[in-house]
Structures are given as C-alpha cells and as structure tokens.
Design a protein around this ligand. Structure first.
Ligand code: SF4
Length: 682
C-alpha cells in the first residue's frame, strides 16, 4: 500500500481540459465541481457541462495511482524505479535490435505544450521521427490543406472578431453541442443580431436549430456540394474580382474545372435541395463579411484534405480572407490539438511546422538541442499501428487511447499484441493500457502546470488545483526522467516554464513569447516583435507562406471508400454535448455517464420502417469489420440513407465498424462514412 499523504487542494485559475475552446476553470473542492473564471475566452466565466464536471476523473476510484508492470500475464504494482527501468530496457532493446525506426511514440493533444514538446524531443533524440499525436485522427487534413494554401494550419481569425460576420457558413461541425461556449458566447449573439447561419451537416442538430439554411449533405459528398456553391458564385457574378486578381492565381484553370459542374446534379448527388443550395451560395457571396467554420464532418474522410481545399476556394473567390469577421476557421476538438501540433509532435515536422527534411531547420534545432533530429519523415499514427510487429517493435503511448479511437479496432487489437514492448502513461486502465508491459500513472489537468494553445491560437496557462493521489506523478516529471535515462541528452528542466522558454527558441511561431508573460491572460501566435499579445487576423496583406497570392485549386469528387451495397446505410459517427471522445477521462465520469449512458443509433423513420425497426428497439449494426448492438433512436434528425452513432460507450466499440481508408496526404481515417447493415436484434 502507498503511504502517500492525503490530497491537498487549492483553487487556482486553470484551463478546461476538454475541448479546444479553452475556457478558464478552477476546482471547487467543496462542491466537487469546476467553476468558470473570467478568462480570455469565457470572458463571463461561463462553462459547459463538461467544464463543470472536469475534475471528476481525477477523483475517480478507478484512477491508477501506482505503476504497474506485467508479470506472467498479470499486472502487478511496482516501485517507480523498477517501472522506469523496464521502460528504458524495453525501448532500448527494440532500438538496439531493429534500429530507431522500430520505435513508435503516440503523443497527446490532451496534454500540455511542454509535455508534447519533451515527448517529441525524446523520440528525436533516439533517432526517429515516428512521433504523432491524436490530432492525426481529427484535423490533420484541415492542417494539410490550410498550410498548403495559407501557410498556417489554424483559424485565420479570432473568436473576438468573428461576430462581425454577416454570414456564418458552418460545415461538418456542430458547435452548439461540441464547442458550446463558442456558440453561446460568440456565434449565438451574432445570429440573434442578424447574422445568417448556413449549416451543412447530415444531421438536424442543435446548431441547425439556429440556422437560416440547412443543407443536410450526405456523408462523403461535401465536394459536390462545395463545388456547386462555387459554380453558383461564378454563374451569379458573386466573385470578388479585385481580391481574386490581387490575392489568387490559377483563376481561369479553376473556372475551367467547374465547366461541367451542373448545380442541380451536384445538389442531387449531395442529397440537398438545389434551391436551398443556391440560396446558401447567394447569402455567402453577397455578404460583406462571411466566416466559414469547419469540423470533423469535413476532415474525417479519405478525401478530407480535398474537402477543406474546396471550402478554401469559396473563401478566396469571395475575398473572405484577411479581414475581421471572415476566414476559414477549424474548430479544434481536444484542449491542446493546436498546441500539440505547434510544438512538433508530428512525424514530418519540427516545432513550428518546419519540415524535418529542411536542413537549415534541423541545424537551427540542433544548435539548441545539441543533436540533429533525423531527416526522414516518420510514420503517422494509423500507419504506425499497421506496422506493429513488422517494422515497429516497441511503442510508447502517452495519454492517448488508440485501442479505442483508431478505426477498424479488431485489426488494432491484434496489432497491439504484435509488439515486443508497450509502455502506456495514462490515468486509467484504458483499452490500450490493457496491452501494455508497463503502465505509468500520470496526472490530470488539475494536478499539473503548463501551457495549452486553444482553437484561436491563444497560449494560456494551466495551474495545479490539487496534489497527486497515491504514487501518481506529474506527466512532465515522468517524461523528464525517461528522457534523462533513455537518451544522451539532458532533460533536466526546472519545470514547465523552462521547457516552454526553450521551445520558443526553436519554434518560429512562438518566438518572443515567455512563459512568465502569459500570466492569467494569453499570448497568441504568430508573435512578431512589437505585437503586444500576438496577431489576430491572419493573411491580411500576405499569406503566412510569405506570398501575396495563393492558388485557387480545382477539386474533384472522390467517392467514399466503402461502396453502399443493397440495403446498406452510410454510418457517420460523432459525440454528444455531455461526453468527450473515447472518454479515457469521461467514460468513467459518473455525472457524464448519467447524462447519457450508452451509444444510440440515430436512424431516419423511412429507413427504420424498411427494416421493421421501432424507436428504442435494440439493433445490430454490422459490416465485415465488426458488429455493434445499440438502441435505435428513430428520428428525422438524420438524413435518410445515413445513420449516426456516437462512439463513447459501446462494447464492442463503434470503431469496430469504421474502416482503414486514409486520406492520401494527411493520413486521416474515414470515420464519417462506413457501409453498414442495420437489423433488429433477434
Ligand atoms: Fe470546457 Fe470546451 Fe466546455 Fe469550455 S466549451 S467548458 S473548454 S468543454
């Protein structure tokens, strides 16, 4: 038994760990709830239900508080010294036998900038770029498309300026449920004041309730819809000619690419009313300022990069870039999706998105690190699990749960068992940890200090509200010790401030920032000399590429990877307001579970009738990858021909049904379209 002291609590201003909005929250130990404070984003101290329940995982009885090592197939507790020694031995053995590319590092967009920075530095000090983070699974295609065209894979605008828009075009996102503080505090008031909301989504959800125009696109058919919108802009002379002339190239080629696009036929293919589509194009094209938002309904396709490219074309055609109340704005999922990528937890990029193939960038980093990172891009997250047992023999999974979040989980489960060694650093016995050789008990948000970067590029500080339970350790301390013992490089940092300040010297986006200057406010990247707290609206005179112009790119429709056979429906997946992704935190949260305790399949009444399915009846959702049994919610909320399933609770899991098809550039899986049959459970 541990002789660790009782936990101590001290309410301190921190940042909510659950989504990329980045609300300020403190822990109220007397009520057991999170309480908002007047922070840079939630300026009135407002929180959504997840923020209120944010502390629950830290107090949960299932929390791991001692290191575990596997002995004769069973987990037994072990002292930290032994657990870390086994980690060093396991990773070194694979590296010595098979070389550095036999190692895989899974980092976490739920952890701080400093933790992600140290984690990728450990991987690179060992000689591999095989380090990725779970943003690969949500917005990697958005980042690829936006970095290519604009030079920055992030919101072009800020939460503060977007209410100035006359039109919001929200594609593949449901901010009323997934980013509630953004919706309620920024978009909602603007809509009440007259901003038109166009919502493109296969579901009629809470965001749709506020929409003026809803285009219920069939999953996988965003490109026909977006190309048809572009065609209407051209046909009805809604192009901003001066912007196109001054800031874009390849306009004629782009126009030619749309020559054969028939608006009515594309609308039909996308499953939307052509008149509504035309009305949406007119509203977007006629607006003085129109702001687009994009979410995982766009990015999680095997054509996710092309989906976002098609959206960027609309913004460029109408001159909606580089000024307040406009732009293309990805709504990021986890609390530090932006930062985990910014600080280099990516297989092809050093901190600040500098390519590992760029010799000058490697040399700049080497001057600070004392070693040159490898020059060959590593593998992405899903590619790595595909290589388990072949080229990859040992893995370090840090605060991530690919055993539940990757697609085609029956494959993933088999692949984890192919590893020679697996270490997992996490809070609970997750589906990934069950395969581990060593489990290291880390810290929740409420026990750690560090910085996170939210969806509109604001770097903010987290502060500990509680001491650690049992023998659990702070994540940064665990990584520092492993770095010290596993590599030839010093990881002797005096806390997150020293790590952050080093990171700013190798990361051009964060250059000039200082940890001490963040305080209770925020610093925003980019952060050029003379900018008090960073640049708000990007691409005003030049794009972040450094160029004044960027091309309009023709985009062709790519059919979904799964063909729909006779009687099959298109499964699309997502989450609910009260829950969060795989729930490695919240699936064990009693409050959150009480709010909605199991995954539910939403199904259109006509599709239910065809299959003799009643509302509330248990149904089998099946394809050749897996079978999931859940309750059916029969409702016209979902477009006919598609079904919607959350992925929080099911056992077997919803991702047993999703497929391996990857976007060829961003390597994001196609979570949003899987062919399934649905039948009553016999
Ligand atoms: Fe937390 Fe996001 Fe809810 Fe804000 S909107 S309280 S950051 S989950």
């Amino acid at each position: 038994m541990s002789d660790a002291p009782e936990r101590a609590y001290e309410p301190r201003k921190s940042i909510c760990p659950f989504c990329g909005v980045g609300c300020g929250v403190v822990y109220n130990h007397e009520t057991g709830k999170g309480t908002g404070w007047e922070a840079p984003v939630n300026t009135r101290g407002e929180l959504c239900p997840k923020g209120v329940a944010a502390f629950e995982p830290g107090e949960h009885e299932d929390r791991l508080t001692q290191p575990l090592v596997r002995e004769n197939g069973q987990f037994v507790t072990a002292p930290w010294e032994e657990a870390i020694a086994r980690v060093v031995e396991g990773l070194e053995a694979a590296r010595e036998t098979h070389g550095p590319e036999s190692l895989a590092f899974f980092s976490s967009s739920n952890c701080t900038n400093e933790e992600n920075y140290l984690f990728q530095k450990i991987a690179r000090a060992l000689g591999t770029n095989n380090v990725d983070n779970c943003a690969r699974l949500c917005h990697s295609s958005t980042v690829t498309a936006m970095a290519e065209r604009f030079g920055a894979g992030a919101m072009t605008n800020t939460l503060e300026d977007i209410p100035e828009a006359d039109v919001f075009l929200v594609t593949g996102a449901n901010p009323a449920e997934q980013h509630p503080v953004i919706f309620n505090s920024y978009l909602g008031p603007a809509i009440q004041d007259g901003t038109t909301l166009i919502h493109v989504d296969p579901r009629d959800n809470k965001t749709t309730n506020a929409a003026d125009i809803h285009l219920p696109v069939s999953p996988g058919y965003d490109i026909p819809l977006l190309n048809a919108l572009a065609k209407v802009l051209l046909e009805e002379d809604l192009v901003e000619d001066s912007f196109v002339a001054e800031r874009t190239t390849r306009f004629e080629e782009f126009v030619d690419s749309l020559a054969d696009v028939d608006v009515e036929a594309n609308a039909d293919l996308a499953g939307v009313d052509p008149e509504k589509l035309r009305a949406a194009a007119r509203a977007y094209g006629e607006a003085d300022r129109a702001a687009a938002f994009t979410g995982m309904g766009m990015s999680q396709h095997h054509c996710g990069t092309d989906n976002v490219r098609a959206l960027l074309n609309l913004a460029l055609l109408t001159g909606n870039v580089g000024k307040r109340g406009t732009g293309v704005n990805p709504l990021r999922g986890q609390n530090n999706v932006q930062g985990a990528n910014d600080v280099g937890a990516r297989p092809a990029d050093l901190p600040g998105y500098e390519s590992v193939t760029d010799e000058a960038a490697r040399e700049r980093v080497a001057a600070v690190w004392g070693f040159e990172p490898p020059s060959t891009p590593g593998l992405t997250e899903v590619e790595l699990t595909h290589e388990f047992g072949d080229s990859v023999h040992a893995a370090f999974v840090f605060a991530e749960n690919p055993g539940l979040t990757e697609p085609n989980l029956n494959r993933v489960r088999r692949e984890f068992d192919e590893l020679d060694f697996l270490v997992v650093q996490d809070l609970f016995m997750t589906e990934t940890a069950e395969h581990a050789d060593v489990i290291l008990p880390g810290s929740t948000w409420a026990e750690k200090a560090g910085s996170v970067t939210n969806t509109d590029r604001q770097v903010m500080r987290m502060r500990p509200n509680a001491s650690l339970p049992g023998d659990a350790r702070r994540d940064l301390d665990i990584l520092r010790e492993i770095g010290e013992r596993l590599t030839d490089v010093s990881f002797d940092y005096d806390g997150p401030g020293e790590v952050f300040d080093e990171m700013t010297t190798v990361n051009p986006l964060y250059e000039g920032m200082a940890y001490a200057d963040i305080g209770e406010g925020s610093l925003r990247w980019p952060f050029p000399a003379g900018a008090d707290d960073g640049v708000g609206v990007l691409h005003e005179d030049t794009f972040a590429t450094g160029d004044r112009t960027t091309p309009l790119l023709p985009v062709e429709h790519v059919p979904p990877a799964d063909d729909l056979g006779e009687g099959e429906l298109a499964l699309t997946t997502g989450r609910v307001l009260q829950h969060f992704n795989s729930g490695a935190f919240s699936r064990r949260s009693e409050t959150l579970v009480r709010m909605r305790g199991e995954d539910v399949l939403e199904m259109h009444p006509a599709d239910a009738d065809d299959r003799g399915i009643e509302d509330g009846e248990r149904v089998a959702v099946e394809n050749d990858r897996g079978l999931v049994e859940v309750a059916a919610a029969v409702s016209p909320i979902i477009t006919q021909g598609s079904v919607f399933l959350t992925f929080h609770y099911s056992d077997p899991a919803t991702n047993d049904l999703t497929g391996d098809a990857l976007d060829p550039e961003a390597k994001i899986p196609e979570y949003k379209h899987s062919a399934v049959t649905v039948r009553p459970v016999e």
